[in-house]
Design a protein around this ligand. Structure first.
Ligand code: GLU
Length: 437
């Protein structure tokens, strides 16, 4: 039988990070089997429908590289189909109308059981615990139960891959399939994702829509890799896997049926690993595109950093950033004049900052151009000795004078990018600032 999976989000908001894992696993199962992976928009809850959510879902899946086959199915465009099927059940005595809605008549005898593809776990229910339920609402829209069964039957979904929150609805679905006389598909219910404190995953745990991770500078490869490990342990034991490696290794049987824990610090770490794995030339393009498309950094819009500028800073910051957005606070000073804060100067281990800066400016003026690291280091070590200060303190003072901050990429490399004239100018501006406060 051909493997056909689908991702069936409800457009009640932007694609949430948890939904990415459901989409990913359905994608992996289909691609591994050479089957079909499709998208179905479950837009049947008019009260919870959010304008723009469908567009966000499609755009984000594309950005992640989870390409689906064919065109998406929109349930709101198939209302006649659901009505027709509800009528069939009424006609065969398996459903009835009450207050304008159509209800399914549950069979209370016996048990319903499935073998879930996640670990081949047997899940069983006493039918006596079930109740009649609505399949078609009075507004003419189907409930999830009817739409799931009709659509997944018609497109021959197998297996149905969805979140574990649907396990309790399994008896309803099995009885519906049987009432229509249809074959029941196989199911895989994916473990619930919780926060590190084991409570329901929320904003507090750093969880948010996938598109926000995008604007925060996360790479799609890192997100997919991280999400894959929420509930799945690859047989190879590898922790860093590309999408194609995941396709090769993935098997629903290896998914755990215990809750998965979303640890944002691990995602940040992993994103940093992916940044370091990316070739400089490629990373340069990613950063540039990110800054142009995503960031609302006005500087970037004015043309900084340019491609050449990014090229220069990539080797300096590559080991220090976790997300693409980290580049902005770390390198802004290279293209823009710093803002000084007297508190930052006060914390430095140099007694008289403005006097020392005057000496530094003097040395810089005399230093032979082009400046080089050795001469630069030697000059300021000697200066530190002569005023009884620590060399580290003097270098830190120069850093603050040219950047306004205490953390930057390596000092001399930064100076090379800023340029000798500008460095001297900033040093003098820092002196003026200190003399004025
Ligand atoms: N619309 C349902 C949800 O978002 C889909 C469940 C399913 O995949 O069948 O949870």
């Amino acid at each position: 039988m051909k493997i056909k999976t689908r991702f069936a989000p409800s457009p009640t908001g932007a694609l949430h990070i948890g939904g990415v894992r459901t989409a990913l696993f359905a994608y992996l199962v289909a691609r591994k089997a050479g089957g079909v992976f499709s998208l179905r928009i479950e837009d049947t809850d008019r009260a919870r429908f959010v304008e723009g959510a469908t567009e966000d879902i499609i755009k984000t899946l594309k950005w992640l590289g989870l390409t689906f086959d064919g065109e998406p199915i929109y349930q709101s465009e198939r209302l006649d189909l659901y009505k027709e099927h509800a009528k069939k059940l009424i006609d065969s005595g398996k459903a009835y109308e009450k207050d304008g809605a159509v209800w399914f008549k549950i069979d209370l005898d016996g048990k319903t059981s499935i073998v879930d593809l996640v670990r081949n776990r047997k899940i069983e229910f006493e039918n006596s615990t079930q109740k009649d339920f609505v399949i078609l609402k009075s507004d003419g829209y189907p409930t999830y139960h009817l739409a799931h069964v009709v659509d997944d039957h018609l497109v021959e979904t197998n297996p149905v891959i969805r979140g574990a929150e649907w396990i309790s609805s399994v008896p309803k679905h099995i009885q519906l399939f049987k009432a229509f006389g249809w074959q029941v598909p196989q199911y895989a219910h994916l473990p619930i994702i919780l926060g590190t404190d084991r409570s329901k995953l929320s904003k507090r745990h750093g969880a948010k829509p996938a598109s926000e991770f995008r604007s925060d500078g996360f790479l799609p490869e890192a997100i997919l890799n991280f999400m894959a490990l929420l509930g799945w342990t690859p047989p190879s034991g590898k922790e860093i896997l590309s999408l194609s490696e995941m396709v090769q290794e993935f098997d629903l049987f290896d998914v755990n049926n215990t809750n998965a824990i979303f640890d944002i610090t691990k995602l940040e770490w992993m994103n940093g690993e992916y940044i370091r794995k990316t070739e400089n030339s490629n990373l340069k393009v990613k950063i540039r595109n990110y800054l142009m498309d995503i960031s609302d950094n006005t500087l970037v819009k004015e043309g900084h950093p340019s491609e050449e500028e990014i090229e220069k800073v990539v080797p300096l910051i590559k080991d220090r950033i976790k997300t693409l957005s980290d580049i902005v606070p770390l390198t802004d000073f290279l293209w823009e004049k710093p803002e000084y804060d007297k508190e930052i100067f006060k914390k430095l281990k140099v007694k008289n900052c403005s006097e020392t800066l005057l000496k530094i400016a003097e040395k810089l003026e005399k230093m032979e151009k082009p400046w080089n690291t050795e001469i630069f280091e030697k000059t300021f070590r000697e200066l530190a000795d002569s005023i009884g200060a620590k060399a580290g303190g003097v270098f830190q003072l120069i850093r603050v004078a040219i950047s306004g901050q205490t953390v930057t990429p390596p000092l001399f490399e930064s100076i090379e990018i800023i340029g000798e004239g500008e460095v001297l100018k900033r040093t003098k501006e820092a002196i003026e600032f200190l003399q004025a406060v």
